[in-house]
Design a binder for this molecule. Structure first.
Ligand code: ZN
Length: 137
């Protein structure tokens, strides 16, 4: 009987040890994920304007938190880009379907504004992608 009791106690102690290790591991993972998230949040994406086949402009969204309107006619696109809070959309576009204007603001990876009639697109790339494409040189 005595042996059984001590055996059970030992089991409980080792269970506690396993639990403690799990809790520490979870906390560590949580902190690691948090630090990763804050790093990603501080690295803002790039908006890339392409007209036809050419890259016409590259805008770091981190530099475009103030409200700002750019005339894009100098790039061969009959419209304007409006920046707001690190996002961009097109407005006042001379375009038959106006689909591009209805797409609204973009700022996250894989988002884009496309104007087929004018063969123009604004695509969002992460800093890594922009660097890999040679857009930041
Ligand atoms: Zn359009």
């Amino acid at each position: 009987m005595q042996h059984d009791t001590s055996g059970r106690r030992l089991m409980k102690r080792s269970d506690l040890a396993v639990l403690a290790v799990l809790v520490i591991a979870c906390l560590g993972a949580l902190l690691w994920m948090r630090s990763r998230q804050s790093v990603q949040a501080s690295a803002e994406n790039y908006a890339v304007l392409t007209v036809g086949e050419e890259v016409a402009a590259v805008w770091p969204l981190a530099d475009h938190h103030a409200d700002e309107v750019l005339d894009l006619s100098e790039y061969g696109f009959p419209g304007k880009a409006q920046f707001h809070d690190g996002a961009v959309r097109v407005i006042e576009v001379d375009c038959p379907d106006k689909v591009c204007e209805s797409m609204g603001y973009v700022k996250d990876e894989f988002q884009s504004v496309v104007c087929l009639p004018n063969r123009t697109a604004i695509q969002i790339y992460t800093p890594e992608e922009a660097a890999n494409m040679g857009l930041l040189d």
